[in-house]
Design a binder for this molecule. Structure first.
Ligand code: T1G
Length: 679
């Protein structure tokens, strides 16, 4: 170990203490790997040393291989060799685990002969979330240490185990005191001095091999489209069938296939994009934030209730305001019902639900918001209504309070202008259901102050949201890109495609549902003028016939009692009628044309959004679509996908169908440049 190595060693009672200090998460970069290998050489080479403890400083045990090294020339020793070296040691090595022992971090711990963990520790192999699999022996050692069932589930889902559960399956040998990890690990090491180390590779694979296929079948829907889950399960199966070294060779082969595939590149892109989205260009990360101890929500409808739940669950009290008692009662009852349902599923303990409800103050009095640090308006989506409310808020809210609108497309600048404090006004566009969807578009007005923006971005992370900053325009980022997709989808219906064909193209692409399934779910009647006698387009015709979507049992599809969709003759007749009226000739439409006319225009709109500075970066657009609309993470988001497709191919497709191509997109195509960083 060189003197500036992140790995240091010290000796205590004949035990070598090997410490990693590699912030922020002790990622297993080259210097760490070199230091660990040198420490094992030191252990083996000094007869005074009887055992070793491997531990980490900072917030966590090794949290995995250093993802920033991926795609770069490999630097020896590679992680599998380090794990093997630890395991081959003739003297016992104990892993002392706190924080999150993840990926390569857990694999290092599996190379150790024993594992001691604090109660709050988590142990997992989340590689599958990066489109990968544990590539340093994890798929072969976990079935031997923790059993087939735990190994299959951990590898295929990436879900970590808490220390207690890890101890139950044999992954942890001793639960240490939360504050006495090193002492307890040293004590454990002393207890095994002089014994033959228990090597994971020599332990028998145990558990029910049939579980692997059953797990794959039970999760087929969840794993649909992804390569990595099945690869992980194949490796666990190999552990059952092959001797250890052959299993390792199989794992290595499967790992390399994933590492150099587009899916992992896409998923690693999103890993970094999500973290990059939290950064605000031009605002220092250490800017002084405004207080955020108390939140006010105006409107106890679906959105207001869901928004309130986010803060209550983060331990932030909420005062919720409604105009009428019955709406207030209904809203708070709905919140209680949601929490009771979550508690019934084990997500919250009953006492947590009581605490959440105890921190909720329902009121009819807007003045009750006078001491709130942040007030979020979630009332009727109408500009006049919102402006009237913000004018009232301007008189009620304390100086410095942040005033946010949950509007999904209205102009934040126009709303801010009715207050005397436009610098304190911004948008917080939650996606429904607001307590479930992770995406939050934080809409900055022209006058929104930097500390207001930074405060809301920090608060968004605290309430578990993935926040993306958007500029003011119709639809901000997500809905603005949705619009051209919906417009083209409707045109394709006029030209001969069916709702089912178009939806299938999108579902096969990896979306959770297609444009018409989404419309039926959200409500065909959203934004409808409500006059059944005024029929000017297909949507009016559907709504006039009560075809408002799933909620009325029919929309673009007919639905049975289990809400299973089937094509509707009535809808087809309406489509044919409007096509005839508009003189549009019906024709066969290929799936390829549907992709070119519904997905390519989204990329084009994304390029315009970048040109106009509505999004800070292309990767932010990807984050919006992954977390707000279910774009398949293994395709990396619209802009990453365009880079993968080839921006020249996108331009050619758009031009073929007569679209005006955004300048930035054309430039990227001509220069063969990417919107996003290759990972
Ligand atoms: N490598 C490099 N940087 C990492 C990193 C990693 N593994 N994990 C986190 N960071 C950076 C992150 O980009 C951010 O940087 C900072 O650390 C704080 O992260 C061979 C192949 C550990 C639960 O997938 O899940 O091992 O933005 O904001 O919310 O089998 O980070 O500050 O500049 O997320 O407290 C497997 C990934 C790798 C774990 C902490 N391991 N990390 O969450 O902080 S592949 C993982 C996480 C592998 C082997 C395979 C989380 C966390 P910046 P953060 P956090």
């Amino acid at each position: 170990m060189t003197n500036n190595s992140p790995i240091t060693t010290e000796v205590r009672d004949g035990i070598l203490i090997v410490t990693s200090n590699n912030p922020p998460v002790n990622a297993l970069g080259a210097a760490v790997r070199q230091g660990l290998a040198a420490a094992i050489d030191q252990l083996e080479g000094d007869d005074e040393l009887k055992a070793a403890v491997i531990r980490c400083e900072g917030r966590t045990f090794f949290a995995g291989a250093d993802i920033t090294e991926f795609g770069k020339p490999p630097v020896e020793p590679m992680l599998p060799a380090v794990v093997d070296k630890i395991e081959a040691s003739r003297k016992p090595v104990v892993g002392a685990i706190h924080g999150t022992a993840l990926g390569g971090g857990l694999e290092v711990a599996l190379g150790c002969h024993y594992r001691v963990a604090v109660p709050s520790a988590k142990l997992g192999v989340p590689e599958v979330k990066l489109g990968l699999l544990p590539g340093a022996g994890g798929t072969q050692r976990l079935p031997r240490v923790a059993g087939i069932e735990a190994a299959a589930e951990m590898c295929a889902t990436g879900t970590p185990l808490g220390a207690k559960k890890a101890a139950e399956v044999g992954l942890v040998d001793k639960i240490a005191g939360e504050e006495s990890l090193l002492d307890d690990a040293l004590g454990f090491a002393k207890g095994v001095v002089g014994t033959e180390p228990r090597r994971s590779r020599e332990m028998p694979v145990h558990g029910d091999p049939a579980f692997i296929q059953k797990f794959a079948t039970d999760n087929a829907k969840k794993f649909r489209g992804f390569d990595a889950p099945a690869a992980n399960l194949r490796c666990v199966q190999a552990a059952v069938e092959l001797p250890f070294d052959q299993g390792i060779a199989f794992e290595r082969q499967e790992f390399m296939k994933l590492m150099f595939g587009t899916q992992s590149a896409a998923q690693r892109h999103i890993f970094f994009a999500e973290r990059q989205a939290a950064k605000i260009d031009g605002i220092p990360e250490d800017i002084q934030l405004r207080p955020n101890k108390k939140v006010g929500v105006i409107g106890a409808g679906t959105m207001g209730g869901g928004i309130s739940m986010n803060f209550l669950q983060a331990g932030i009290p909420v005062t919720i305001v409604e105009a009428a008692q019955e709406n207030l009662d209904r809203g708070t009852a709905t919140i209680r019902k949601n929490y009771d349902a979550s508690a019934a599923k084990g997500r919250f303990k009953p006492e947590q639900v009581e605490a959440f409800m105890g921190a909720l103050t329902p009121t009819l009095d807007l003045e009750a918001l006078a001491d709130c640090d942040l007030i979020i308006e979630a009332i009727f989506e109408n500009m006049d209504v919102k402006k009237e409310m913000f004018a009232r808020l301007d008189k009620v809210a304390k100086p410095g309070a942040i005033l946010a609108s949950n509007t999904s497309y209205l102009d934040i600048n126009e709303i801010a202008a009715v207050t005397g404090r436009p610098q304190d006004v911004l948008g917080m566009h939650f996606f429904s259901p607001a307590n479930v969807m992770k995406l939050l578009e934080v809409v900055r007005g022209d006058k929104t102050a930097p500390d207001v923006l930074a405060t809301v971005m920090a608060l968004s992370k605290k309430i578990g949201k993935v926040a993306v900053i958007a500029g003011v325009c119709d639809g901000f980022i997500g809905n603005r890109m949705l619009k051209p997709r919906q417009v083209e989808a409707m045109k394709l219906l006029m030209e001969g495609a069916t709702p089912a064909q178009i939806d299938k193209v999108h579902v096969d692409f990896g979306m959770p549902m297609g444009p018409f399934q989404m419309s039926d779910l959200a409500g065909v009647d959203i934004g409808w003028h409500r006059d059944p006698n005024r029929v000017e387009n297909v949507r009016d015709a559907l709504c006039a016939k009560g075809r408002w979507g799933q909620k009325t049992g029919k929309g673009f599809y007919d639905y049975d009692e289990k809400r299973r969709p089937s094509p509707s003759a009535e809808v087809q007749a309406i489509l044919d009628e409007f096509a005839a009226k508009s003189g549009t000739a019906k024709r066969e439409i290929s799936d390829e044309e549907i992709v070119e006319r519904t997905l390519y225009p989204m990329v084009n709109e994304g390029a315009l959004i970048l040109e106009e500075g509505i999004a800070q970066r292309a990767s932010d657009i990807d984050v919006v679509w992954i977390y707000g609309y279910g774009w398949p993470v293994y395709r990396g988001g619209p802009m990453f996908w365009a880079d993968t497709e080839g921006n020249d191919k996108i331009v050619a497709g758009l031009e073929k169908h007569g679209f005006k191509v955004a300048k930035l997109l054309k430039e990227k195509a001509e220069k063969k440049e990417r919107f996003t960083r290759a990972v």
